[in-house]
Design a protein around this ligand. Structure first.
Ligand SMILES: C[S@@+](CC[C@H](N)C(=O)[O-])C[C@H]1O[C@@H](n2cnc3c(N)ncnc32)[C@H](O)[C@@H]1O
Length: 210
């Protein structure tokens, strides 16, 4: 198992209960964005403990929820039991267990800071999406990464675990997406209510598969 997958499995029992404004902001923005939309097949890349899977299950006829951390998936499987949601242990850097051109939505939420090769995962997103379909990326804003913020958690012994992370500039996302066959539809930046005077916390990019 990779160091990142193992770290998330160690974090999984506490992930939902820890104070985490970035997770909470992502959840509220995702719920807001999904409201009023419907999808045939959605692919959630890096579903974690299923906080967004719950909402995707309400708006999509079928959901493929992929993650490579057995611990995170175990929590998610307890949270979401709908038969139209399939949780699959899968590394996003390998071929996804999803058919070509079969999806109407692919989402990444707080995942890509752990993926160095954006080109590899965005090519997979392009492969599974039908033409005209939507790719949504919601990540820790690079302005925060420049200041040293990265996913981290406190272990049971009080030691802090920093999960390996890679800085992606805004242009890294837009260039990799363009090369994979996506057109940018919208770029959003979001702050938590407590972030006054701070750089944006979340970068949200919405693309269309061309
Ligand atoms: C911060 S959590 C976010 C989980 C969920 N998307 C959310 O918003 O709560 C990051 C998740 O990405 C998963 N992840 C990171 N790199 C991955 C990879 N290469 N393949 C599959 N999952 C990966 C981790 O296991 C973890 O569950």
């Amino acid at each position: 198992m990779s160091e990142i997958a193992a770290a998330y499995s160690a974090w999984s029992p506490g992930y939902d209960g820890d104070e985490n404004r970035t997770r909470d902001l992502d959840a509220s923005q995702m719920r807001h964005w999904l409201a009023g939309r419907t999808f045939d097949t959605a692919v959630e890349a890096g579903c974690g403990t299923g906080k967004n899977t719950v909402v995707l299950a309400e708006v999509a006829r079928q959901v493929h929820a992929l993650d490579f951390s057995p611990g995170m998936l175990a929590v998610a499987r307890q949270k979401v039991t709908s038969p139209h949601v399939q949780f699959v242990e899968a590394d996003l850097l390998a071929t996804w267990p999803v058919a070509d051109a079969s999806a109407s939505l692919v989402t990444f939420n707080l995942v890509l800071e752990h993926v160095e090769a954006l080109d590899v995962v965005l090519r997979e997103a392009a492969r599974v999406l039908a033409r005209g379909a939507t790719l949504r990326i919601s990540e820790l804003h690079p302005f925060r990464q420049y200041r040293g913020t990265q996913a981290r958690f406190d272990g049971v012994n009080g030691a802090v675990t920093r999960i390996p992370a890679f800085v992606h500039h805004v242009s890294d996302y837009t260039d990799a997406a363009a090369a994979a066959g996506f057109t940018l539809r919208h770029l959003g930046e979001w702050w938590h209510a407590t972030d006054e005077g701070e750089p944006p916390r979340l970068l949200v990019l919405e693309f269309q598969r061309t």
